[in-house]
Each structure stands twice: as structure tokens, then as C-alpha cells.
Write a protein that binds this ligand. Structure first.
Ligand SMILES: *[C@@H]1O[C@H](CO)[C@@H](O)[C@H](O)[C@H]1NC(C)=O
Ligand SMILES: *[C@@H]1O[C@H](CO)[C@@H](O)[C@H](O)[C@H]1NC(C)=O
Ligand SMILES: *[C@@H]1O[C@H](CO)[C@@H](O)[C@H](O)[C@H]1NC(C)=O
Ligand SMILES: *[C@@H]1O[C@H](CO)[C@@H](O)[C@H](O)[C@H]1NC(C)=O
Ligand SMILES: *[C@@H]1O[C@H](CO)[C@@H](O)[C@H](O)[C@H]1NC(C)=O
Ligand SMILES: *[C@@H]1O[C@H](CO)[C@@H](O)[C@H](O)[C@H]1NC(C)=O
Length: 774
């Protein structure tokens, strides 16, 4: 999500709560998802089957509501292909009764989720300034035979990123459509690049009723988020892409020659009912990869989440699902979309800065980030005022400090550079407020949580974002100076920035709140000030008062890092069409790096060393991901066993599997063959054994183990050498973790790494350990 969306979401949540509490005395109707487990006909549904499934949904609900007609009114989605269930508007009493029906496996409220983006491919080693890099996987594949779907806010089909110039016929396996309203009033279209589009709004409408100025009958993206994410995953090469002339270069997705399809499930918020419908459509249409840049604020139990259930069915149909980890960092345990079957992506910076300096009257210079097209007249200083000093008398300082609408006195601000604190309201909105009260420039100062990570936004006035430490120095200068003055320099694009990537402050962090024994996030990818395609129905600052339009824009968020990985999945899958989703994930994770471009450990936004809780296995390296050497594979049975390990009953498992599934008598989560090892609450007096199995996907080879030891522990591996004589061969190994005899008692986390190497490949697996001295 763009951080900028959080304020409107807050407002909406607040108004939703108000709405709910006002209505509480009435029999309030809400939308529910009623889950009946998947179909016995599994992966080859026919039209006839689908119809009879829908009829059975009407019959089932009709038996409670009194008639099939009433059931037809209440049901707004019948999931009848892969997912067997329906979404319906019911009151609480009805819902309680229906939940008792023996065929009802699970029932939950359709909950709301939030939306969570040229140079980055160069930074990831696919291209150089002169063309493809020598080792670029783009020389092997541009994702030609891959179809990438996106669950998001739709797509702007006219964007050059979706031009089909040079594209051959649509792949025969594609079964999707280009959905348009009758008469197609908004002239939406698909082509041989954008091969499909569908929209799902009934879940949203069920919550909010009719909204003004929203066209529910089109997959057209009026927000910009979906166009940005889809073009990042699979957009075509577009030369001369830039934002106000900055960052000029060739924009493209990770799989530039893939076909793409948009599933519009987000309007002002994204609801379970629409998300499930989007997943089902994407599965039956035949996508290969799904990019999902949306999620909640905290992880939901898998059996009650549309994203978890939908993505499970996608994986079971061999579709790789990539999801954003959320923008609730740097708080620990804020990571979401933690399903073991999805690839969960954190966000980090690239080696490009859009730099704009603050020069204070005392000659001190601070580096900030901006994409303002406007600049202050040069060689002059301007009076500087902090927002708190510019507030109306009756406004609380905390409210004014973040430059909230209505808090600032134009008389105090006019002609000055205003200093605003980051947080709560949208970054670009603060610029709009500053401009409205007559500021000629704005310095946006990070709050403590945002640390030193700065974001280049297309502000409506000359403005720059500085880090927390620099911001404190600026506040100090204002405090100690009678007539403080400053200058904001013109934006300059810098590439080859050292010590990148660093983790974005907003990127959600582990450990995984739902299951400490499963490390999340899985990987980090570029997600700060990413340039990609944009809608022409919204301004680059997303502020209604901003009338500018640009074909490309920068966005920041795990929403932007997620489609980077989706694009890379397209490349890996195109080179290795026979690999399972888990093998592809493993390849991406085990080849990741924890070093930055200076060859030292990646730093967090706090400037401390980052940990696997910030980046999972590390920073994605697409050129290595196509040749990992070994993979940790997993299949549907393994995922079901994982859920058994979470003590799911066989009824609950039907939500995921339809058919009865009997859990194995003994299953240890520690042995779940995940490409990372996370030990939670290890008893210090005991050792712990973990097994893993690796599959050779390279030539015959001999691998030996290398261990980066967690400081307080002794990690050993048996056997220490794995010899593979052929491709596809599997070998098991055991990892034993023991506390060192003289360790200190701390209850914190420790990190290590296990690496299998044959000299050419380095198959890295992060280890995290939390232990308890109780
Ligand atoms: C890339 O390959 C070309 C031709 O094979 C070679 O001249 C050049 O040195 C290589 N560049 C790098 C960075 O390896
Ligand atoms: C961007 O680069 C292209 C070619 O490199 C050039 O033709 C174009 O004028 C540039 N645009 C801007 C706005 O700098
Ligand atoms: C501003 O100052 C710099 C150096 O002091 C000088 O090179 C430049 O020409 C000046 N610009 C203007 C518009 O006066
Ligand atoms: C500036 O001064 C005010 C009051 O004089 C104080 O409350 C505030 O903490 C100071 N800020 C900084 C950054 O020193
Ligand atoms: C999944 O893999 C396990 C071995 O790891 C195998 O025993 C099982 O049959 C596989 N299940 C499916 C559905 O392929
Ligand atoms: C782990 O394995 C070692 C050697 O293989 C064994 O001695 C030890 O008892 C095992 N520990 C546990 C907790 O099972």
C-alpha cells in the first residue's frame, strides 16, 4: 500500500465503526462467506458442473431463508469452479443457523483488506545502461510464455506498458475474457499484451452500498495502484519513461514479454468476497503467476481469510502466488500474508536517489529525497518555520506538527519554508496543506519510526523528505536561531548510490505473529520510489486538488516489491516450466543475498544490521534464481500437514482440500521442508533436531555444508556432504541446534545461516532462534 492511503483508510475504518455501532440495534445484515470445501471434480470443472453447484448453493441457503428466490437475492457470489462456497448477505441469526449445516465447513465475515513501485531491474543485475547485462536471465527469457495476473485496483489499458506491439497471438491455454459493461461506455479494451480483465465489486458494495462517482462496471484503474503493480510485474519495455523528467530511462516489468491480466477486486478497500472471486477467476482463466499487493494489518487465521484460501487453491493448481508483506513496519511482528504456500515480500531501496538538499542558514546541508518538479528561485534563503510554531492558537501541537488540514495559520506561514513531521496523513497531502496556507516550500521530517529512510514523492511544491536524525538537527537549528532560514535545492537523479539496498522503514517485520516457527517475510525486493505506469484518472500525489497527470509515477510500499518478485517468478517459471511453486520459491530464496552493493551486511532503516525478520532470506537475485543448484520442495500434502500441525480438524481442512484428509499421526512443524529454519521457544536445556530434504536441480555435484553460527548456539549438520549423481535426486539432512555451554541467558532472537555449496552454487537458508530460559 502507498503509505499515503493510510489516512483515508483510517477515516473509512472510523466511519465504518460508527456505522456499525449505530446500526447495532437493528438486525444488521453483513456479508458472509460460506465455505463448503472444494469440489470432488477438482481441477477440471465443466460448465454443467458449475451450474449445478450454484443451484445447490441456492437450495442450501433457500432451505434457511424460506425460498430459493430469497437465496438468489442474498447470494452475490457463487464460487462454483475451484472453491465450493458462496458469499451472501445475511443477518447474524441466519448466519448462526447456517453455520450448523453439516455441509458448511467454515463461515466467516467478508473482511476488508488494504492495498499495501526502471532502475530497479538494473539494480537487480538484469540490465546495464547499455543493454542487458552479460549474465542477465533476460537473455534466456523475457517471460514470453507466461501469464501474470494481478489482484488489485484494475488497469489503465492505454498505458504504453501494456502495448501489444510485436506480440503474437494470445496463448491457447488462456481461457479468460475482457469483461466490459454493456455498450462499454468507458472504452475499456484488452489486447495481445493485456489479455484479460475482470472486475468484482459485489463484496465491496455489500459493505458500503452504492458509492458516488465509482464505476463498478469496469476493470479500469482510477486509483493507479493496479496499473503500477501490474506493469512492474509484466509491463512491456517503454523507452523514455520518467516522472517530470526525473529518472528517465526504459521502464519495464520483470517479465517484459509476459501476457498480463487484471482482476479488479479493490475499490476503496478490498473485501474477502471479491478477493475469493478474483482468485477463482484467475485459476480458471489459466494464469501462471498471481501478484497480490494487498493484505490486512495483522495476519488472520488461514481458515478465515479469503487470501489464504484463494491462494491455497491457486497453488494447488500450480499457480505461484506472490504477496506483499505489509507496510506496518518497523514494528516487530507486523508481517502479514504469512501463508507457507505464498511468497511474502518485504521492501527495500535501490541504488537510485532523487536527491534534494536542505541548506540551512548555518551552512549545514542535509540530503533529502523528492520528486517535486518545481524549484525555489536559486541563491536566496527563505524564512523557515516549524509547523508547531505556525499553528492556530487553539490547535493541539501534535495535530499541527504533522500539518493536518486546518491546523496551520496562513499569516504565519506565508512565503516561508514549512517543516512538517511525517506520519498519520499522506506525505503528499502535507505538501498540499503547506501550499494551501501559502508556504513556498516544505521540509518533510521523518518521525522516529520512519528512521532515516526517505521517500521521493511528486509533491505539489518545492519539498524534500529528510531522515529522523537530520530532522532533529533542523528542529534544533530552528529552536536556537532568531530568524532561521533555509533553501531546498532542485531535485537531482543520482544512480549507483552506495550501501544499497537498505530495508524500508515501513516494510512489515517478523517474527510471524501467527506462527513463530515459520520465518516471514521470505525475501526483500525493491519497493522505495519505484517508477512504473500510472492511471490518467488520478494525480501523481493522489490528492484531488492536484490536477497533474503523468504516464509514470513513483510509488513506495511492499505493494511495489511484491510485483518485482512476481515478474522474477515469471522468468524462473519460463526457464523451468516443470518446477513446482515451492521449488520456484526455494530457488528465489536460497539465491538471495544478505550483502549490499558495498559487500557488507544489508542495513535496516535504523542503520543497524538488518535481520531475517526484515528481509527473510535476503535481497532477490534474479540471475541466480534460475540456477539454484538445490531446491527445498513442498507439495499440497505438505501444506495440509502443516495445517495439521496447527491442529486443524479434518472439517477445517476441507476448506482447503475438499476431499477428506487424514492428518499423519506424527508431524513435526520443525520438519516442514521450508527454505528457512525458524526455531521458536527452544528449551535451553535440550537440543533440537530439524530435518530437511533438498532436491538436485543442477548437474551431478557434491555439496558440502557451511554454517554461519548464531552466537549462543552450536549448529551441526549431518551428513556434512551430499553427493548427487543425477538431476531430481533427493537427499535428507539433519540439523542439530544446541545451546553453547557457557551461553548468556537472553530471551532475544539469534540469527545464523546454513549454506550448501558445490563451489558454483550457494544454497543459503536463514536460521532464526528464539529460546526461553524458563
Ligand atoms: C560482457 O561480454 C562482452 C562480450 O562477450 C565482454 O567484452 C565484456 O567484457 C563482458 N562484460 C562484463 C562486465 O563481463
Ligand atoms: C529520456 O531519454 C530519451 C532517450 O534516452 C530521450 O530521447 C528523451 O528526450 C529523454 N527525456 C527526458 C525528459 O529527459
Ligand atoms: C547561484 O550561485 C552560483 C554559485 O554561487 C552561481 O554559479 C550561479 O550562477 C548563481 N545562480 C544565479 C541564478 O544567480
Ligand atoms: C524546541 O524548543 C521547545 C520549547 O522551547 C521544546 O519543547 C522542543 O523540544 C525543542 N525542540 C528541539 C528539537 O530541540
Ligand atoms: C508430496 O510429497 C511427498 C514426499 O515429500 C509424497 O510422499 C506425497 O505423495 C506427495 N503428495 C502429492 C500430492 O504429490
Ligand atoms: C538429535 O539427534 C542427535 C544425534 O543424531 C541425538 O543424539 C539427539 O538425541 C537428538 N535430539 C533430539 C531432541 O531428538
Amino acid at each position: 500500500m502507498r503509505e499515503t492511503m493510510s489516512s483515508s483508510i483510517c477515516h473509512m475504518l472510523i466511519s465504518l465503526l460508527l456505522f456499525v455501532s449505530l446500526q447495532h440495534t437493528l438486525a444488521i445484515k453483513q456479508s458472509y462467506i460460506v465455505y463448503l470445501g472444494s469440489h470432488s471434480f477438482g481441477s477440471n470443472p465443466s460448465l454443467l458442473d458449475s451450474e449445478s453447484v450454484t443451484n445447490s448453493h441456492y437450495d442450501l441457503l433457500g432451505s434457511y431463508l424460506g425460498s430459493t428466490e430469497k437465496a438468489k437475492e442474498a447470494i452475490f457470489y457463487s464460487y462454483n469452479k475451484y472453491i465450493n462456497g458462496f458469499a451472501a448477505i445475511l443477518d447474524e441469526d441466519e448466519a448462526k443457523e447456517i453455520a450448523k449445516h453439516p455441509n458448511v465447513v467454515s463461515m466467516f465475515l467478508s473482511k476488508r483488506y488494504e492495498l499495501h513501485t526502471t532502475r530497479s531491474w538494473n539494480f537487480l543485475g538484469l540490465e546495464t545502461d547499455r543493454g542487458f547485462a552479460n549474465v542477465s536471465v533476460w537473455k534466456k527469457s523475457l517471460g514470453e510464455d507466461i501469464i501474470i495476473g494481478n489482484l488489485d485496483t484494475g488497469v489503465w489499458p492505454e498505458s504504453k506498458s501494456f502495448s501489444d506491439e510485436g506480440f503474437g497471438p494470445i496463448p491457447k491455454k488462456w481461457k479468460g475474457i475482457c469483461q466490459v459493461a454493456k455498450g462499454n461506455p468507458d472504452k475499456f479494451y484488452c489486447n495481445r499484451k493485456l489479455i484479460g480483465a475482470k472486475y468484482f465489486s459485489k463484496g465491496f458494495q455489500a459493505h458500503l452500498g452504492e458509492a458516488e462517482n465509482v464505476n463498478f462496471d469496469s476493470a479500469r484503474d482510477t486509483a493507479g495502484h493496479g496499473t503500477h503493480t501490474l506493469s512492474t510485474a509484466g509491463g512491456n519495455f517503454v523507452a523514455g519513461a520518467n516522472v517530470f523528467g526525473f529518472g528517465n530511462g526504459t521502464a519495464s516489468g520483470g517479465s517484459p514479454k509476459a501476457r498480463v491480466a487484471a482482476y479488479k477486486v479493490c475499490w476503496n478497500g478490498c473485501y474477502d468476497a471479491d478477493i475469493l472471486a478474483g482468485f477463482e477467476a484467475a485459476i480458471s482463466d489459466g494464469v501462471d503467476v498471481l501478484s497480490v499487493s494487498l493484505g490486512g494489518r495483522s495476519p488472520r487465521e488461514f481458515s478465515e481469510s479469503g487470501i489464504s484460501i484463494g491462494s491455497f487453491h491457486a497453488i494447488a493448481n500450480n499457480i505461484v502466488v506472490v504477496a506483499s508483506g505489509g507496510n506496518s513496519g518497523p514494528q516487530i511482528s507486523s508481517i502479514v500474508n504469512v501463508e507457507p504456500w505464498t511468497i511474502t515480500v518485504a521492501a527495500s531501496t535501490i541504488d537510485r536517489d532523487f536527491t534534494s538538499y536542505v541548506i540551512l542558514g548555518n551552512k549545514k546541508i542535509y540530503k533529502g529525497a523528492s520528486l517535486s518538479e518545481l524549484e525555489l528561485p536559486p541563491n536566496k534563503s527563505y524564512p523557515l518555520i516549524s509547523a508547531v510554531d505556525a499553528k492556530f492558537d487553539n490547535v493541539p501541537p501534535a495535530f499541527a506538527s504533522i500539518c493536518k488540514e486546518g491546523s496551520l495559520d496562513p499569516k504565519k506561514v506565508k512565503g516561508k519554508i514549512l517543516v512538517c513531521l511525517r506520519g498519520e496523513s499522506a506525505r503528499a497531502d502535507k505538501g498540499v496543506q503547506a501550499s494551501r496556507v501559502g508556504a513556498i516550500g516544505m521540509i518533510l521530517v521523518n518521525d522516529e519510526d520512519s528512521g532515516n529512510g526517505v521517500i521521493a514523492d511528486p509533491h505539489v511544491l518545492p519539498a524534500t523528505n529528510v531522515g529522523f536524525a537530520d530532522g532533529s538537527a533542523i528542529f534544533n537549528y530552528i529552536n536556537r536561531t532568531k530568524s532561521p532560514v533555509a533553501y531546498i535545492s532542485k531535485v537531482k537523479t543520482e544512480v549507483g548510490v552506495k550501501n544499497t539496498p537498505t530495508i524500508a522503514s515501513f516494510s512489515s517485520r517478523g517474527p510471524n505473529d501467527l506462527d513463530g516457527k515459520l520465518l516471514k517475510p521470505d525475501i526483500t525486493a525493491p519497493g522505495v520510489s519505484i517508477i512504473a505506469a500510472y492511471t490518467q484518472a488520478n494525480s501523481p500525489s493522489e490528492q484531488p486538488s492536484d490536477k497533474r497527470r503523468t504516464p509514470f509515477v513513483t510509488m513506495s510500499g511492499t505493494s511495489m516489491s511484491c510485483p518485482h518478485v512476481a515478474g522474477i517468478v515469471g522468468l524462473v517459471k519460463s526457464v523451468h516450466p516443470d518446477w513446482s511453486p515451492a521449488a520456484i520459491k526455494s530457488a528465489i530464496m536460497t539465491t538471495a543475498t544478505t550483502k549490499n552493493n558495498n559487500g557488507v551486511e544489508i542495513l535496516d532503516s535504523s542503520l543497524e544490521k538488518a535481520t531475517p525478520f526484515a528481509y527473510g532470506a535476503g535481497h532477490v537475485q534474479p540471475n541466480l534464481a534460475v540456477d539454484p543448484g538445490l531446491v527445498y520442495d513442498l507439495n499440497v500434502t505438505d501444506y495440509l500437514n502443516y495445517l495439521c500441525g496447527r491442529e486443524y480438524t479434518s472439517d477445517q481442512l476441507k476448506v482447503f482440500y475438499g476431499k477428506p484428509y487424514t492428518c499423519p499421526k506424527s508431524f513435526s512443524l520443525a520438519d516442514f521442508n521450508y527454505p528457512s529454519i525458524s526455531i521458536y521457544e527452544l528449551d535451553v536445556w535440550k537440543s533440537l533436531n530439524v530435518t530437511r530434504t533438498v532436491t538436485n536441480v543442477g548437474p551431478p555435484s557434491e555439496y558440502r555444508v557451511e554454517i554461519q553460527q548464531p552466537p549462543q548456539f552450536q549448529v551441526t549438520v549431518q551428513p556434512e556432504i551430499l553427493r548427487f549423481t543425477h538431476k531430481g535426486e533427493k537427499k535428507e539432512f539433519k540439523v542439530t541446534i544446541t545451546m553453547k555451554p557457557n551461553s548468556k541467558y537472553v530471551t532475544d532472537f539469534e540469527f545464523g545461516k546454513l549454506i550448501w555449496t558445490d563451489g558454483k552454487h550457494h544454497v543459503g537458508t536463514p536460521i532464526t532462534i528464539k529460546y526461553t530460559d524458563l
